[in-house]
Write a protein that binds this ligand. Structure first.
Ligand SMILES: NC(=O)c1ccc[n+]([C@@H]2O[C@H](COP(=O)([O-])OP(=O)(O)OC[C@H]3O[C@@H](n4cnc5c(N)ncnc54)[C@H](O)[C@@H]3O)[C@@H](O)[C@H]2O)c1
Length: 336
């Protein structure tokens, strides 16, 4: 039996409690929040859980082996550090923290204490994103030219971090995973409309190795909920649409071919080659549940999960660079 404690029972924490509670040989013994109304609501929803307003009670509990941190981002570092110091395995919500040095400290601490440190980059456990990865990895897919994503909605609005740290954290984790690389340069422009000093919208450009260009548009001030990624390659093109009922992934067998006119050597024409659109089968499941399963597997096997501390650090480093570029109104920022 693996006993869990969840710190943070706001909008997202209860989803963790629900998923872990539904798993075999896993029990959510305790949950913590500073807000007593949230604790009351948790007790009503999950009858057997023991709520507390002091997270330290979870860390002191001898039978709790693993902790989920689902509090606002600025609190992650201190809570994760305290949990690791208390010898707990940790699943921390994205982004891991707000600073590279803090992320490195957490990774070192987890190593020293031989604890699992996982970051909730939930889209890496999304079956549609995994299908994209599978398709891109095939030799027959050919070369990737560029990718772009759109992640928009009207709300929910955050007051602790901007739309980059809240929303683009997902896209950056996805692109790092799909391309198995990190960008070498970023630039971004953002717009502040609803609150002081907090960007509601951002247009981000990233340059990955092999000259692969990535564009990310995030906004919580948009009329439509969109969760889409397009991958453009020389032989195939892919679309991922998380909200598409017919299937989240579409393979467009379309490409551009160069037709040479041999009589006038050197001249050629670019022709669009049409092909079929295929919707591959994707076994859909709740990504947060798949993430919970991956965490429990890591805890049981003592093996690093896909979204480990290092991938969390990488996202933090990139978001920091994006933030720097935002502050300089789009000036490109190089990453080491
Ligand atoms: N993976 C996803 O798709 C996804 C979706 C939503 C939120 N999140 C992440 O989850 C985290 C929480 O987001 P949310 O929307 O639930 O925020 P929220 O503000 O609704 O809830 C946070 C809760 O944490 C509590 N809290 C703050 N400090 C605490 C402390 N020291 N001890 C105990 N409780 C404390 C607050 O009282 C609040 O109830 C954030 O990191 C966010 O980025 C991830």
């Amino acid at each position: 039996m693996i006993n869990i404690g969840v710190i943070g029972c706001g909008q997202w924490g209860p989803n963790h409690i629900r998923n872990f509670s539904s798993m075999e040989e896993v029990r959510v013994l305790m949950c913590a929040d500073l807000n007593r109304d949230r604790l009351k609501a948790m007790k009503q929803q999950f009858r057997t859980i023991h709520p507390t307003n002091r997270f330290q009670e979870i860390l002191n509990h001898p039978r709790i082996q693993a902790v989920v941190v689902a509090t606002p981002t600025a609190t992650h570092f201190n809570l994760v550090k305290a949990a690791l110091m208390a010898n707990k395995d940790v699943l921390c919500e994205k982004p891991l923290c707000l600073d590279e040095r803090q992320a490195k400290e957490l990774i070192r601490l987890a190593q020293k204490k031989k604890r699992i440190l996982m970051v909730g980059h939930v889209f890496l456990y999304n079956a549609g994103i995994q299908k994209l990865k599978e398709l891109i990895q095939k030799k027959s897919f050919g070369r990737i030219y560029y990718l772009h994503s759109e992640r928009t909605n009207l709300g929910p609005f955050r007051q602790d971090v901007n739309a980059v740290w809240d929303l683009a954290a997902h896209d950056v984790s996805i692109f790092n995973y799909l391309l198995n690389a990190e960008p070498i340069e970023v630039s971004a422009r953002g717009g502040i409309y609803l609150q002081k000093k907090i960007e509601d919208v951002a247009f981000i450009s990233l340059v990955y190795p092999k000259n692969i260009l990535v564009s990310i548009h995030v906004s919580w001030l948009d009329p439509r909920k969109v969760r889409q990624i397009t991958v453009v390659g020389d032989k195939h093109m892919l679309m991922w649409d998380d909200l598409d009922q017919t299937g989240p992934v579409k393979i467009y067998d379309r490409q551009v071919v160069q037709k040479y006119y041999y009589e006038t050597f050197g001249e050629f024409q670019l022709l669009a080659k049409e092909g079929t659109i295929t919707i591959p089968k994707v076994n859909l499941s709740e990504p947060l549940k798949a993430q919970a399963n991956a965490f429990i597997a890591a805890v049981r096997k003592r093996k690093s999960p896909l979204s480990d501390g290092r991938s969390g650090l990488s996202v933090v480093r990139i978001l920091k660079a994006v933030q720097k570029s935002l502050a300089k109104r789009g000036v490109p920022v190089r990453l080491q």
